[in-house]
Design a binder for this molecule. Structure first.
Ligand code: PLP
Length: 355
């Protein structure tokens, strides 16, 4: 088996193809003739699901289980682990904070700091984090957590399995919002949980069947189509994001991108990632300036989400009330980096930033 992600993304599912077609078929059937195939019912699984899981598992170096959204993958892993306590980082996707807090309110678990975790608890890591791209030393956290029998779950949506091998670095589970870079075209929701343990994977699939949390045929197909080009896209998006971060540095109040040497996680990112990803954030002086800047952008679209081929900008406080008021998050797409820089320049002028 090849291990370069560029080849893995294209061929890791080859043996699972049920038709000779070079491109996987979209197969919407929910049930299958019993005399013709061992397949039973689509809520269990189907060809496209298994092919997507084969590719994502191979990229991550484990076994993948796919879900209809990133949050569905997060919820599935947490419900499987049933921890007494969970520690969340300060900078974490607000949807994860919301889910964990709501369940804490129901008495499902307690939220605590990492110092107070012990046997069976969950140390939640998001690296790079949303929106500040903060970096956690995964190998260090895994050593510390495992010495206390604590499980490490990593949300590596920003890194993708291409830039960071989270299981090899010591995580017990890795989750991704496949909606973002993996599917990559802002047209499919999806999520994935990956672990090295075959028995755990089998149980997650059984729970998924019982929960009815199987992704739809079109979404799965779009994610499989999208992941084929993930290695190439993320390479280009990372290079462009670095160019934008370098351009913004010194022109705005603060830039959050792990590829910049003055980012607090730069040294760890250099060790645990092969590039720094396609998302960066920056802060301007005021909430008003940030709002005006995002509105003035012409190539970047003003929209939430990230990881697609088109560049997006978001005044983050509109989605996450804990974000700094002047913070703008950029998801860098596949446009020319020179055009993106020119767009930022004209919008900053229009918004009175850097004037
Ligand atoms: N994790 C991170 C880091 C995210 O940014 C997101 C969505 O933005 C999610 C999880 C949730 O993914 P989804 O929207 O597919 O449920």
């Amino acid at each position: 088996m090849h291990d370069d992600p560029a080849t893995v993304a294209l061929h890791a599912d080859a043996e699972l193809a049920e038709l000779p077609d070079i491109a996987p078929a979209i197969r919407p059937a929910t049930t299958f003739a019993k005399e013709a195939t061992p397949r039973y019912y689509r809520r269990d699984s189907h060809e496209t699901t298994e092919r997507l899981e084969a590719v994502l598992g191979a990229l991550e170096g484990g076994r993948a289980v796919v879900y209809p959204s990133g949050m569905a993958a997060v919820a599935a892993v947490l419900r499987f682990l049933r921890p007494g306590r969970i520690a969340l980082p300060d900078d974490v996707y607000h949807g994860v904070r919301s889910l964990v807090s709501r369940e804490a309110g129901y008495g499902t678990w307690d939220i605590t700091s990492t110092d107070h975790l012990s046997g069976g608890d969950v140390w939640w890591v998001e690296t790079p984090s949303n929106p500040k791209c903060l970096i956690t030393d995964l190998a260090g956290v895994a050593d510390e957590a495992h010495s206390r029998d604590v499980r490490v779950v990593v949300d590596a949506t920003f890194a993708t399995p291409v830039l960071q091998r989270s299981l090899a670095l010591g995580a017990d589970f890795v989750v991704h919002a496949a909606t973002k870079f993996i599917a990559g075209h802002s047209d499919a929701m999806g999520g994935v949980a990956v672990t090295a343990d075959a028995a755990v994977t089998a149980e997650l699939r059984e729970v998924r069947r019982d929960d009815g949390a199987i992704p739809g045929a079109l979404e799965t197909w779009l994610a499989l189509r999208g992941v084929r080009s993930l290695p190439l896209r993320i390479e280009r998006q990372s290079a462009s994001a670095l160019a934008l971060a370098e351009y913004l540095e010194g022109r705005v109040r603060r830039v959050w991108y792990p590829g910049l040497p003055n980012h607090p996680g730069h040294d760890v990112a250099v060790r645990q990632m092969t590039a720094f990803g396609g998302v960066l954030s920056f802060e301007v002086d005021s909430e008003g300036q940030a709002a005006r800047l995002v509105e003035a952008l012409r190539v970047f679209r003003n929209a939430t989400s990230l990881g697609g081929v088109e560049s997006l900008a978001e005044h983050r406080i509109e989605a996450d009330p804990t974000a700094p008021p002047g913070l703008v998050r950029l998801s860098v797409g596949l446009e020319s980096p020179a055009d993106l820089i020119a767009d930022l320049e004209q919008a900053a002028l229009a918004a009175g930033v850097n004037s």
